[in-house]
Design a protein around this ligand. Structure first.
Ligand SMILES: Cc1cc2nc3c(=O)[nH]c(=O)nc-3n(C[C@H](O)[C@H](O)[C@H](O)COP(=O)(O)OP(=O)(O)OC[C@H]3O[C@@H](n4cnc5c(N)ncnc54)[C@H](O)[C@@H]3O)c2cc1C
Length: 209
């Protein structure tokens, strides 16, 4: 569960196993990706996971088939059961020539560098893709590309990303997220749901700040 996802993806490639190519360039651990059903370029973790072993809320080891883990777009059973710790996942991959897999990986990496603001810190895509729409164009058409709040900014390169341009605080990022949601809702009638997980906001409200 703790191994970097990109390392698993490269290991699979070295062994001539395809199906995990999409994971190259997704930062984080295998456990985090299993939890949020991470995905990119038409693939997602639930396409390849067969079963997951985890420590449940009562500290018992459990193994569950992927079909019992409520997988859907950027969602799994584990998101509704935050006390669980994912320790292991079995994946089913398919034979594919390593040179073919590596060419696909190089293409995905190139596309990421061209389209995503990787030169700035960010939490990746700020919002989930709303059904029937693409997040970036909705935000761009609402005139929000480049909008700055404190140290946070709506990336001009990819409007679906909020970047930390210069010492942004969590409050800057949250204000920007709210502004984007309000503007996109009033302009397009679409609610953008955060893909990033927001921690500690309630505590902030209780303090009255
Ligand atoms: C530049 C950039 C690009 C990105 N591109 C993509 C993309 O293309 N597609 C995509 O899907 N995502 C993308 N992301 C998001 C990224 O995939 C997630 O941040 C990552 O998968 C989370 O894994 P993590 O190990 O970093 O988890 P953390 O951020 O450490 O934790 C996230 C949540 O998972 C839980 N968690 C982590 N490990 C475990 C475990 N072993 N057991 C139980 N719970 C656990 C944590 O408790 C927490 O609630 C991108 C992020 C960045 C910054």
């Amino acid at each position: 569960g703790g191994v970097p996802l990109s390392k698993v993806s490269k290991l699979a490639a070295d062994h001539g196993l395809g199906g995990l190519t999409f994971a190259i360039g997704i930062p984080g651990s295998l456990g985090g990706a299993v939890l949020m059903n991470a995905g990119a370029y038409g693939g997602e973790m639930s396409d390849v996971i067969k079963e997951v072993t985890f420590l449940d809320e009562n500290l018992n080891f459990q193994t569950a088939a992927a079909t019992d883990l409520s997988y859907s777009y950027r969602h799994s059973y584990f998101m509704d059961h935050p006390g669980c710790v994912i320790v292991e996942a079995i994946m089913e991959l398919r034979p594919q020539a390593p040179c073919e897999i590596k060419a696909e990986m190089a293409d995905f990496t190139k596309r990421r560098k061209e389209k995503q603001p990787l030169e700035y810190p960010s939490a990746g895509s700020t919002f989930k893709r709303p059904p029937g729409h693409y997040t970036g164009p909705l935000i761009r058409q609402a005139g929000l590309a480049g909008l700055v709040m404190g140290g946070a900014q709506v990336s001009k390169k990819h409007t679906g990303f909020v970047i930390n341009r210069e010492e942004a605080t969590a409050r800057d990022v949250l204000r920007l997220i709210k502004t984007i949601q309000n503007k996109v809702r009033s302009q397009h009638g679409v609610l953008l749901e955060p893909e990033v997980r927001i921690i500690g906001e309630d505590m902030d409200k209780r303090r009255g700040s």
